[in-house]
Design a protein around this ligand. Sequence first.
Ligand code: ZN
Length: 206
Amino acid sequence: MLDDLKANNSAWAARKTAVDPGFFKRLVGQQAPEYLWIGCSDSRVPANEIVDLDPGEVFVHRNIANLAPPQDANYLSVLQFAVDVLKVKHILVVGHYGCGGIAAAIDGQRRGLIDHWLHPIREVAHEHRHELATLPEERARLDRLCELNVIRQVRNVASDVFVQDAWARGQQLCVHGWVYSLETGLVNDLGVTVGGPQELNRLEEL
Ligand code: ZN
C-alpha cells in the first residue's frame, strides 16, 4: 500500500540530506517560521511549494475557501500559537482564482454541512452585490468574489484580539491578502496589507 509515496519520501529525505547534512537535525530542535499561511485546502495550492520555502519556514492553516471565521477554534488555535508563541512576522491570507468553495457558496445548490461553512462567503457576495453585478461574465464575478473574500478574511485576522494585542505589545506583525492563479502559478498581491490598527481602519473603509 502506498509504496510509491514511501519511495518518494525516502528519495526526498535523501536528497535533502545530500544537499544539507544537518537539515533534519536542525529542525528537530525547534521551528521558527516567520510566516503563517492561511490558505485553501485545494490540492493545487500547496503553501510551501508556491513560495518555494523549506520545511520549518511557514506555519500552515488550510481549510475550504481559506476562511478565518472568528468562532472557529481550529483557526483561532493556529493563529494564537503563530502570533504568541512562534511570533511570526507575516500572516498571508491566500485565496485562489477558480476556487470551488467560492463557486459552491453562491450557486444555490444544497450540499449539507459545507453550506454552513461557506456562509460567510455568501455574506460577502451580498454586501458587494452591486459591484459584482457590474461584471458581465460569471468568471469575472467569481474571480472578484475570491478577492473580496480574501480582503474580508484579512480584516477578520487583523481585527482578532490576538493580533490586536500583539500590536499593542509593539510586536511586528503584518497581515497580507493574496490571490493565487492556477493558470500562471503567480500570486496577485491585493495591496491590502495591514501592519497596525490605523491601517485596519483604512481597510474597513474599502
Ligand atoms: Zn479553493
